[in-house]
Design a protein around this ligand. Structure first.
Ligand code: CP
Ligand code: NVA
Length: 308
C-alpha cells in the first residue's frame, strides 16, 4: 500500500507509470458513457472515503466517478459534519476510518492534518489539496501537457501570479519530471524557498522573473491560478489584486510565449482577473482537457495506492 501525499515524496518511476497508465485508461474508454464500468475493475469491493474540509467541484466529482468506473464505492464526507470538526483527534479518526474503508482522499487546510492522517491510517491516504500543495492537479497537468505536446522533460513552464499550493506542486514536479520552471509574480507572493531549493536540488532549472513578458518569452506552457486561494483571508483580497494585476494572462502576454504554447489553469478561474476569457477560450487553452484528466490521472493514482 502507498500513500499519495506529494509529488516530491513519490518515486519518479512510479509517477511516470501513473501518467502513462492514466493516458492508457483514458484511451481505453474514449467515447463511452461516463457511467460505463472500465473493462478492468481494480477497485472491485473497495470502499473509498472522500473527505472535504474545503469546497470542491472537480476533485469531488472526478474522484467519485473514477472510483465507480473502477468498480469501487464511495462516500463523500464533509469535514464539518464529522467529529473531526468537533475535536476528535486526527489520529483517532484515521484509525477508525481504516476499519471501515479501503482508501481515504482528503482535502484539508493544514498539511499537518494530511500527514497525521497518513501516519495513523492503515489504508492509503491521498492528498486532495492542502494549503501547501495540490499534487493530484499536477498529475493531471503533466498528463495534459504530454497528450498535446509530448514529453514535458526539458520544456519551459511559466507560472504567473501567486506562488501558492498549486505552484508548489509544480515546483515538486519540475524536480521529478525534469522541466524548467519560471515563477513570475511579486516578491511578496513568492513560493516558499523550501520548494524552490528542493526542485533545484533535484536538478531542475528554476528561475524567478518579475517581469511577466520576459518570463513567458519562449514558454512551452503558461499557467495561472486564482489570486485568492481558499485558505487566504478575504481581508487580503484587495492587496493581492493590487500586487497581482500586472501578472494577468491576456492575449498580449501570451503573444510573448512560443506560438504553440499551451495555457493551463486548475480552475475555478476568475475570468478577467488572473486570466482573460480570450485566453481561457482561445487557441492556447487546454483547461477543460486538464479538468477531464483529473479523472484519469487520479484513477491511476488510486491504482498505485492499492498496488493495482
Ligand atoms: N482544481 C480543483 O482542484 O478544483 P476543485 O476545487 O473544484 O476541486
Ligand atoms: N489555489 C487554489 C486552488 C484551487 C483548486 C486554492 O487553494 O484555492
Amino acid at each position: 500500500m502507498n500513500h499519495f501525499l506529494d509529488i516530491h515524496t513519490t518515486d519518479p518511476a512510479a509517477l511516470r507509470g501513473m501518467i502513462d497508465q492514466a493516458a492508457a485508461m483514458k484511451a481505453a474508454r474514449k467515447g463511452l458513457p461516463k457511467g460505463t464500468p472500465d473493462a478492468e475493475q481494480p477497485l472491485a469491493n473497495r470502499m473509498v472515503a472522500l473527505i472535504f474540509e474545503k469546497p470542491s467541484t472537480r476533485t469531488r466529482v472526478s474522484f467519485d466517478v473514477g472510483v465507480r468506473q473502477m468498480g469501487g464505492q464511495t462516500m463523500v464526507l464533509s469535514g464539518t459534519d464529522m467529529q473531526l470538526g468537533h475535536g476528535e483527534s486526527i489520529a483517532d479518526t484515521a484509525r477508525v476510518l481504516s476499519r471501515y474503508v479501503d482508501m481515504i482522499m482528503i482535502r484539508t487546510f493544514e498539511e499537518s492534518v494530511l500527514l497525521e492522517l497518513a501516519e495513523y491510517a492503515s489504508v492509503p491516504v491521498i492528498n486532495g489539496l492542502t494549503n501547501r500543495t495540490h499534487p493530484c492537479q499536477i498529475m493531471a497537468d503533466i498528463q495534459t501537457y504530454e497528450e498535446h505536446r509530448g514529453p514535458i522533460k526539458g520544456k519551459k513552464v511559466v507560472w504567473t501570479g501567486d506562488g501558492n499550493n498549486v505552484a508548489a506542486s509544480f515546483l515538486h514536479a519540475a524536480g521529478q519530471f525534469g522541466f524548467d520552471f519560471v515563477f513570475s509574480g511579486p516578491a511578496q507572493l513568492d513560493p516558499e524557498a523550501e520548494f524552490i531549493e528542493l526542485a533545484r536540488s533535484k536538478g531542475a532549472n528554476v528561475t524567478i522573473e518579475r517581469n511577466p513578458e520576459k518570463a513567458v518569452e519562449g514558454a512551452d506552457l503558461v499557467v495561472a491560478d486564482t489570486w485568492v486561494s481558499m485558505h487566504d483571508s478575504q481581508s487580503t483580497r484587495q492587496r493581492r489584486h493590487n500586487l497581482l494585476q500586472a501578472y494577468q494572462v491576456n492575449d498580449a502576454l501570451m503573444a510573448h510565449a512560443k506560438p504553440d504554447a499551451l495555457f493551463m489553469h486548475c480552475l475555478p478561474a476568475h475570468r478577467e482577473e488572473e486570466v482573460t476569457s480570450s485566453v481561457m477560450d482561445g487557441p492556447h487553452s487546454v483547461i477543460f482537457d486538464e479538468a477531464e484528466n483529473r479523472l484519469h490521472a487520479q484513477k491511476a493514482v488510486m491504482r498505485w495506492c492499492l498496488g493495482k
